[in-house]
Design a protein around this ligand. Structure first.
Ligand code: IPM
Ligand code: MG
Length: 356
């Protein structure tokens, strides 16, 4: 099992380092036979090679069985031309590897109920899976750009476009996921305004008869945003397009106490995947040992489960995270009164120790 790590920028390297140590600890305990290599992406790649996704990185990614990514971007590269920004590296690798299915579970660890922005009784037991389409929609649609009109005024434009096969394949992933969970799927769109999502809704409806055990509902994205913070436990699996999924998954993250807790998997048709914490590069706290490595560590657990079929090791990592939280260890983002403040390294070490 060849695992490529792409630490990236900001807090990416710090949290990836802890996730790597946890995978090595799991490897020792379970004899998984993992091998690791590392490559550059994002701003780190721009600094070294002038591009956010060097060919060498793409080759290494194609040769790996799974990829663990930290985060990309930061103010240092904000001035760079749009097509060479760090984020392009991330969007580029998702597209190049066909990683269309982005799974973002938002689970509330009961130990963190007090850290949630919502009342404990609203979020207790929260367990949502957001399935975000990741290689289509407005993030990739053409034409796009900023142009100058004949009258001299500038205008920016993007294209929100989905083919029915793109909708169908993400729909299937979501129905299958719902089947393994609570058997409820909510498809989020803006079908009252956007034609692209009228088609989205139609295709979801066409799929439904193949999954009679799953209850399909639809919700407009504005209402979904409200429902997520009003009564989030009404959701089991949510499926939506690239843009809405980006936004709703950040909102769902905060329900769990901190975006520092949220892992994600981005899978291709064959289950090969790139795993990354949902949080970004957080340049404001980079290099200070303040970052929460648990989202990266939980992403590593997802990697072992989905791309390596090592469910037992994945469950052991998730259990170890629970034990560390039980013991009262907290990074700053999830710290509440009476808990022990831990830095990034201490948190990673504690998970390794709990893993045995
Ligand atoms: C995410 C991020 C990325 C996205 C950015 C960094 C390009 O926000 O993974 O949610 O928009 O997909
Ligand atoms: Mg995002």
């Amino acid at each position: 099992m060849k695992i490529l790590t792409l630490p990236g920028d900001g807090i990416g390297p710090e949290v990836t380092h802890e996730a790597l140590r946890v995978m090595q600890a799991a490897d020792r305990r379970f004899g998984l036979g993992l091998s690791f290599s590392e490559a550059l992406i994002g701003g780190a790649a721009i600094d070294a090679h002038g591009v956010p996704l060097p060919e060498t990185t793409l080759t290494a990614a194609r040769g790996a069985d799974a990829i663990l990514l930290g985060a990309v971007g930061g103010p240092r590269w904000d001035g760079i031309e749009r097509s060479l920004r760090p984020e392009r590296g991330l969007l580029g690798i998702r597209a190049a590897l066909g990683l269309f299915a982005n799974l973002r579970p938002a689970i509330l660890y009961p130990q963190l109920a007090a850290a949630s922005a919502l009342k404990p009784e609203v979020v207790a037991g929260l367990d949502i899976l957001i399935v975000r389409e990741l290689t289509g929609g407005i993030y990739f649609g053409e034409p796009r750009g900023i142009r100058v009109r004949a009258d001299g005024e500038r205008e920016g434009f993007n294209t929100d476009i989905y083919s029915e096969s793109e909708i169908r394949r993400i729909g299937r992933v979501a129905f299958e996921a719902a089947r393994k969970r609570g058997h409820r799927l909510c498809s989020v769109d803006k079908a009252n305004v956007l034609e692209v999502t009228v088609l989205w809704r139609e295709v979801m409806e066409e799929l439904a008869p193949s999954y009679p055990d799953v209850e399909l509902t639809h919700m407009y994205v504005d209402n979904a945003a409200m429902q997520l913070v009003r009564a989030p436990r009404q959701f089991d699996v949510v499926v939506t397009g690239n843009l809405f999924g980006d936004i709703l998954s950040d909102a769902a993250a905060m329900l769990t106490g901190s975006i520092g807790m949220l892992p994600s998997a981005s899978l291709d048709e064959h289950g090969k995947g790139l795993y990354e914490p949902v949080h970004g590069s957080a340049p404001d706290i980079a290099g200070q040992g303040k970052a929460n490595p648990l989202a990266a560590i939980l992403s590593a657990a997802m990697l072992l489960r989905y791309s390596a079929g090592m469910g037992e090791a994945a469950a052991a990592i998730e259990l170890a995270v629970g034990q560390v939280l039980d013991a009262g260890l907290r990074t700053a983002d999830i710290h509440t009164a009476g808990m022990q403040l831990a830095d990034t390294t201490a948190m990673g070490e504690a998970v390794c120790a709990a893993l045995g």
